[in-house]
Write a protein that binds this ligand. Structure first.
Ligand code: COA
Length: 356
């Protein structure tokens, strides 16, 4: 009995310690929320006043005397915008409408750079694994005509694109610069796959199914090439932001990127031509006597995908030439915040050593 009671008393003492730690933790949480609110208010203030400065700056006439000062100020404004953006990345954000509908009001902001990187990396891996599965399923469907297999493949496509829209909305909320079209493209593809799912198994589908399977086999190959490019860019950008990493420069990153894009683009454009060819085949099929509305709607959807993909992919190239300056400031402020973080960590370690 005494042994049990002694043990219980000991446990009580430990529990008191747990309570104290928990109180400190809650206090820090409260402080954290307070600091987050303060940061958000100050960001608003910075943006508001910066707008006024920019408007006033636009009204000033450029002369030889003030040219240097003006361009210096413009550069500083650009730099400040990048810095504010960096600060914003460390603060929680409210979910957009789509995420609110799907997930409710749960907080999906990722406040830590390393976790953001991991989430993006995981997203790329997810796409790679799923495109591998889709490749196998498409090959099977090309050679075997079994309706259940076909339907499960198309259902997988619906689920895959739908999941991408959710993951991409979370990425966007956490600062990804993913273009609106690519996100819309995945919403649109979800609907297209849904229509394919309910397309009746008639002569029009029989005439299209082989071409569709081939198209998907090709898409999986392109997605693998995209994965290699996107992952390479992700790791290189991370290395650029790190203080000690001198192996890679912005110039080096840009020349790698242009090499990567010039390799990838022919494959992408061949894919877009295939999309257009799908639309053309569907157009011809729409004249079949048993053609249902699915054929016409999918024909229009493939056309829209062709136009949107081509226009967006072409539009990326000029933006790559202009983004050098932005990237420079982004990397600079990233390095700066990494430096501050490391300095804080060093201070903390020194303090702990002294305490010991
Ligand atoms: N899907 C998801 N995310 C994409 C994307 C896509 N298709 N294209 C770009 N992104 C992301 C990038 O990873 C980057 O994210 P980050 O801000 O989190 O780092 C952001 O959007 C900005 O990218 P951007 O600089 O505009 O382009 P990029 O150099 O990363 O890629 C392309 C340019 C053209 C290679 C890329 O957009 C692409 O592969 N597009 C083709 C997609 C396609 O056509 N799919 C159908 C296959 S036929």
């Amino acid at each position: 009995m005494t042994e049990v009671f002694d043990e219980w008393d000991e446990l009580n003492a430990d529990f008191k310690e747990l309570e104290t730690v928990n109180k400190t933790y809650l206090k820090h949480l409260e402080d954290l929320t307070g600091h987050q609110k303060k940061c958000q208010e100050q960001i608003k203030h910075q943006k508001y006043r910066m707008n006024i400065v920019v408007k006033k700056l636009d009204k000033i006439k450029k002369t030889k005397e003030n040219e240097k000062e003006l361009s210096e100020l413009q550069n500083n404004i650009l730099k400040r915008k990048a810095q504010i953006n960096e600060v914003e990345q460390t603060l929680p954000k409210e979910n957009g409408l789509y995420l609110k509908i799907i997930l409710g009001n749960v907080n999906v902001s990722i406040l830590n750079k390393e976790d953001k990187f991991k989430y993006k990396d995981e997203y790329e891996k997810f796409k790679l694994i799923l495109s591998g599965i889709c490749f196998v399923m498409a090959v099977l469907n090309y050679f075997i005509h079994f309706r259940a297999l076909e339907l499960s493949y198309i259902f997988l496509l619906v689920w895959y694109y739908c999941t991408l829209t959710i993951r991409e909305s979370i990425l966007k909320l956490n600062g990804s610069r993913i273009k609106g079209w690519w996100r819309f493209h995945h919403f649109f593809s979800t609907v297209a796959a849904g229509i394919l799912l309910i397309w009746p198994d008639n002569s029009t589908w029989m005439a299209f199914r082989h071409q569709f399977a081939l198209f998907n086999i090709y898409l999986s190959v392109v997605q693998f090439l995209q994965f290699r490019y996107q992952r390479g860019a992700l790791y290189r950008l991370k290395a650029l932001g790190e203080r000690h990493n001198m192996d890679i420069t912005i110039e080096g990153f840009h020349s790698w990127m242009f090499r990567g894009l010039s390799f990838l683009y022919p494959f992408l454009f061949a894919g877009y031509m295939f999309t257009l060819y799908n639309a053309y085949t569907l157009y011809l099929l729409s004249y079949y006597p048993d053609a249902t509305w699915h054929v016409r709607v999918l024909c229009a959807m493939f056309c829209i995908l062709f136009l949107g993909n081509t226009a967006t992919a072409i539009g990326v190239i000029p933006s790559k030439f202009n983004e050098k300056v932005k990237l420079q400031y982004k990397i600079m402020s990233e390095r700066l915040s990494n430096q501050l973080l490391n300095r804080d960590n060093d201070d903390q370690q020194e303090l702990e050593k002294k305490e010991h």
